[in-house]
Design a protein around this ligand. Sequence first.
Ligand SMILES: Cc1cc2nc3c(=O)[nH]c(=O)nc-3n(C[C@H](O)[C@H](O)[C@H](O)COP(=O)(O)OP(=O)(O)OC[C@H]3O[C@@H](n4cnc5c(N)ncnc54)[C@H](O)[C@@H]3O)c2cc1C
Length: 456
Amino acid sequence: MIHYDILVIGGGPAAITIAKTINGTQRVGIIRPEEHSMIYCAMPYAIEKVLPVEKTFKKDSLVTDTGAVLIRDSVTKIDFDKRQVHTKHGGTYGWGKLVLATGAVPILPPIPGRDLNRVLTFKTEDDLRSLLALCESGTISKAVVVGAGAIGVELAQAFHAVGVETHLVDLAGSILSAMMDRDMVEEAEAALTQEGIRLHLASKVVELRGTDSVEQVLLSDGRTIELGETGECALEEGAKGKRGVVVFAVGMRVDTSLFEGSGLVKGKDGIVVNDRMETNLQNVYALGDCAQFVSGITGQVTPGKLATNAVPMAKVFARNQLGESRSYPGFFNGAATRIGSYFVGGTGLTEKGVPGSMEAVTGHSELTTIFPNMPGAKKVRMKMIAEKGTLRVLGAQFLSGEPVTDKVDVMTLAIQNRLTVTNLAELSYSAQPYQSFFPASNLMVAAAEEILNKVK
Ligand SMILES: Cc1cc2nc3c(=O)[nH]c(=O)nc-3n(C[C@H](O)[C@H](O)[C@H](O)COP(=O)(O)OP(=O)(O)OC[C@H]3O[C@@H](n4cnc5c(N)ncnc54)[C@H](O)[C@@H]3O)c2cc1C
C-alpha cells in the first residue's frame, strides 16, 4: 500500500489546484480515471471547430510538475475506518487526509426514451468525441439541445455553426434563467432566433420516441420536434438518411454511490462540508462540484457547480494544509457566456431569484464600451439588484458588444464585501477614450445612482 499525506479522488480543476498549491511540500496523490483532464468550458468550441479536440485537454504536467503523483485509475471502494481506498486496477492507497473531488455528472431526466441511441449528455471527452463523430459523419439533420443555460446555449450555437438545424428547449421562459433576468437577455435571445436557432421556451421535453435512435421529441405542450427524415432516407447508421441527436444540458447531480454506507453526510446538492471543506468524517474533505455549499449572499444551500467555485474551495483546503487559516465565503456564481455578437454575464442574485424575505430594487444603465466618439464603440447595458432596505448590492448583470467578465468580477467583489449601492455610486473610476466609458459617467455608478433616485 502506498501512503499519501493528501490523497485526492478526482482529477478536475479542484484536484489540480490542490497539487499546485501544496507544490511538493507534502506527498500528494491524485487518482483520476480519464486519459485527459478536460477544459470543459472549451468543449462547445471544439464542436464548433474553433478548436481541435486536443486543445480541450489539460496537460498532466500541471499536476506532475508540482511533485504530486498522478494515478490513472478509478476508486471503487473507500474504507474510511482503515483510511484506505481501493481502485479498479487493484491499487490500495492510504491517506493522512482524504479529499473527495469527484465532481458531478450530467442529469439525464427519467423520461421515456432516454435510453435511445443518439440521446447524449455533454461533459466527458467521450461525449465530445461522440458528438464530433456524428457531426463529421454528416448524418445529423437536426440537434435538439435541452437546457438553455450557458452550456446549452454554447452547444446550440456550435451545432448551428456547423450547419445543423438546431432546436433549444428550456423549461424557463427565457434563456440563461439562472444567470440573467429576462429584461437583460431578450436582445441576445432575439439574436439567437435571428441566427436560425429555434427556441422552445417554457417547454419541457416529456418523451423521446423512436425505435433504435431517437426520432421524435415530445414537448409538454403537445408539440413535437421530428428528427428522422422521411421519404427515401434509410435509418441505418452510415446510410444516406440523416437523423437527429438530442443532448441534455439540464444541470449536474452528484453521484454519491461510492460513499454509500460510510456515514458521510450528504445533502440534496452534494456532500455537506463546512467553510474549511471538512466533512463530518475526520480527515475527510470534499470540494468542488461534489460538495454542497451555501450562497455567500443568502446563506442558503444554493447550486454552484462552476470551476470558478471549485478552484477557490480547493485553495482554501490546500492553504489550510500549509498552516494558514482560510475559510470559504460561499457561492456568488459570477459567470458569463457569448451569444452571437453579444457577451452576457451575471453575478449574485437575479431579480427573480431574490428570496421573499428580501425586497429588491433595481437600477439600469446603458453606455458605450469605450468613448462613444471612438471607432469600435459598442453598446453595453447593466442591471444592478439591491436590497431595498439596506441598499446592499445583491446582484448584477451585463449585456455588451465586448467581453463582460471584468465587470462581473468587480460586481462580485462588491457583493462579496457587502458593499451598498451608495458605495458604488461613490466609485472612483478611470477613463481613457480607447478603454473606458466617458469620464462623465460609469456604468456601475449610473446604475447605482438610478437605484438611489428610486429609493430617496
Ligand atoms: C461543457 C461544460 C462547460 C463548462 N463551462 C464552465 C465555464 O465556462 N465556467 C466555469 O466556471 N465552469 C464551467 N463548467 C463547470 C466546471 O467544469 C466544473 O464546475 C468543474 O470542472 C468542477 O471541478 P471539479 O474538480 O470539482 O470536478 P470535475 O472537473 O468534474 O472532476 C471530477 C473528477 O473526479 C473524477 N472521479 C469521479 N469519480 C471518481 C472515482 N470513483 N475515482 C477516481 N476519480 C473519480 C472524475 O473522473 C474527474 O476527473 C463547465 C462544465 C461543462 C461540462
